[in-house]
Design a protein around this ligand. Structure first.
Ligand code: HEC
Ligand code: HEC
Length: 341
């Protein structure tokens, strides 16, 4: 009984989060469901988005000249790297599983522990993170400033003669805001197309709701709008040292509270959980049922939920690979094998 009350409370909390997140209100044609379709991105400044796209693919933002945002958030593989922990500068093992950048604009905050309030604040992190791109903001900006194509493009977008780190993160964020994935089969169903999903997938969705998954995985992103405890009913066993929200708030009650990951495109973003411990969707669903809801699914139920989750794969980013401006004569020729300063 205690469990059930908890979940109801969670559902209420999730509902509040949806309202607070300002998610779109269902249109008349839409089914009345606790989840909403992904809206296509509205681009107000295409030149800024183009600039951000280049930066996203540009390895010159890293110390080694070998790592770009796309190395760990590969847009060919669902905006993640399909590794339990990313590979950073000097082959370093990243601290935590890399979340997808797809639909990340819908998150209440960025990172598993929510330590960055939005995409702009987040984007400065990896450039200067010694375990990721291992540069500094000063070096990255100075490097861009030696690349004539960037100098004119930044000037065109921001109207200033000098490139700043705020412009870099602003452009990256503007590009990331376009990385939404509308038109998933499930969204077509939500919008009224009965044939968009089959009977098994629909059963999976009904179970996803009735079992209580939707209490935490709600809104347009099926997650991303609250922090919840990993191991609510049964403790999660891991050797990983991340403490979740507690690493930010230093309050004991936030131990193991993680930002609920989006389930959009989840078929593409294995392995799962902050420690990358679940290799398959079946394993992730089994663990979620047991640890979050105290429920053991039958093989059939598990397969139904997995089938439903695969209907959440939407249109992936589709664009011409950006052509990066060539380095200038003064641009440092980066050496991945150079010793650390
Ligand atoms: C070496 C691998 C690596 C590189 C390079 C990298 N990231 Fe990440 N990214 C990660 C990891 C790992 C996390 C999760 C870190 C955490 O939560 O503590 C993350 C988190 C994020 C998030 C938060 C997503 C969410 O749901 O919370 C965004 C957005 C993001 N990165 C964008 C970028 C951008 C933009 C760049 C380039 C400037 C970049 N990343 C470079 C590995 C990387
Ligand atoms: C109490 C809140 C809560 C409930 C209920 C819940 N989840 Fe989760 N879910 C989370 C959190 C938090 C994580 C991240 C945990 C971590 O990485 O340590 C997560 C992670 C996941 C992941 C992995 C996503 C990824 O990218 O790593 C899947 C898949 C998932 N949940 C599916 C489900 C399903 C299916 C159900 C119902 C059986 C469910 N969840 C119920 C909170 C919840």
């Amino acid at each position: 009984m205690r469990q059930r009350t908890k979940i109801t409370l969670l559902a209420a909390a999730a509902a509040v989060a949806i309202v607070a997140g300002g998610a779109t209100v269902a249109t008349a044609a839409e089914r009345q469901e606790p989840v909403q379709p992904i809206q296509p991105a509205k681009v107000s400044n295409p030149a800024k988005v183009e600039l951000g796209k280049k930066l996203f693919f540009d390895t010159r933002l890293s110390r080694s000249g070998g790592i770009s945002c796309n190395s760990c958030h590969n847009l060919s593989t669902g905006g993640s790297d399909n590794l339990a922990a990313s590979i950073g500068d000097r082959w370093q093992k990243g601290g935590i599983n890399s979340p997808t950048v797809l639909n990340s604009s819908l998150n209440i905050a960025q990172f598993w522990d929510g330590r960055a309030k939005d995409l702009r604040e987040q984007a400065g992190g990896p450039i200067a993170n010694p375990a990721e791109m291992a540069s500094t903001h000063e070096v990255a900006v100075a490097t861009l400033q030696t690349i004539p194509g960037y100098v004119s493009e930044f000037k065109q977008v921001y109207g200033k003669n000098k490139i700043t780190i705020d412009q870099v993160t602003d452009a990256l964020a503007a590009f990331e805001e376009t990385l939404v994935t509308p038109n998933a089969r499930f969204d077509k169903w939500l919008l009224g197309d009965d044939k968009a999903i089959n009977a098994q997938e629909l059963r999976g969705y009904e179970l996803f709701k009735s079992a209580g998954c939707v209490a935490c995985h709600s809104g347009a992103a099926f997650g991303g709008n609250s922090f919840q405890k990993m191991g609510l009913v049964e403790p999660y066993k891991t050797v990983h040292t991340a403490q979740g929200r507690m690493d930010v708030t230093k309050t004991d009650q936030d131990r193991f509270m993680f930002k609920v990951p989006t389930l959009r495109n989840v078929e593409l973003t294995y392995p799962y959980f902050h420690d990358g411990a679940a290799n398959t969707l079946g394993e992730a669903v089994e663990l979620m049922g047991r640890l979050q809801l105290g429920r053991t699914f039958t093989t059939q139920e598990n397969a139904d939920i997995v089938a439903f989750l695969k209907t959440l794969t939407g249109d992936q980013p589709d664009f011409k690979l950006p052509l990066l401006p060539p380095s200038g004569d003064k641009t440092p020729r980066l050496d991945p094998f150079a010793q650390a300063k």
